[in-house]
Write a protein that binds this ligand. Structure first.
Ligand code: HEC
Length: 145
């Protein structure tokens, strides 16, 4: 009897370990950034991005896309934060790509998510690609135009 129990426990342990290793992606609506971080991102956005993408994230520039509304739905939803981070970090501002460091870029990413209705939480979002790769932008909580 003891032996059967021991075998049973081993099976349970093996299954739970396997489940832990195939962790599900985390949705971006799961409080992945902090309020203070989004605020820092807002300031950096105004300084480096708003001139082209608009202070309210609605672009008034024919070439620069909006970062909210229908364009957010088509270009952001379903992507990982790693993909969006890399666009910002490596290609923006388009006149001086790569000018912002990892921290500033991830702060701006947090601000754009917050602006589009994603809720903040207690933790800062790290600029670690391993972390960002596992967070997927889910449906926009606040309906955009
Ligand atoms: C000089 C104008 C200009 C500035 C400043 C600028 N951008 Fe852009 N941005 C563009 C243009 C033009 C595009 C579209 C062409 C491209 O992708 O290169 C773009 C594209 C983007 C995209 C992809 C949008 C999509 O719909 O997929 C993101 C994200 C973005 N910019 C974020 C930023 C952020 C964040 C900043 C501030 C750090 C910034 N941009 C600063 C002009 C600008």
């Amino acid at each position: 009897m003891k032996r059967i129990m021991a075998v049973g426990l081993c099976v349970v342990w093996a299954i739970s370990t396997a489940l832990a290793q195939t962790a599900q992606p985390r949705p971006a609506s799961d409080h992945v950034f902090s309020e203070a971080q989004a605020k820092r991102g807002e300031d950096a956005y105004s300084a480096s991005c708003g001139s082209c993408h608009g202070d309210d994230l609605v672009s008034h520039d024919a070439e620069a896309p909006s970062l909210t509304g229908a364009r957010f739905k088509s270009q952001w939803t379903g992507k990982t934060l790693a993909e969006r981070f890399s666009v910002i970090r490596k290609t923006m501002p388009s006149t001086n790509p790569g000018a912002l460091d990892d921290q500033t870029s991830v702060d701006i990413l947090a601000y754009i998510l917050k602006f589009n209705g994603f809720p903040s939480g207690d933790q800062n979002l790290a600029s670690d690609s391993g972390v960002l790769e596992k967070i997927v932008i889910d449906a926009v909580p606040k309906a955009g135009g």
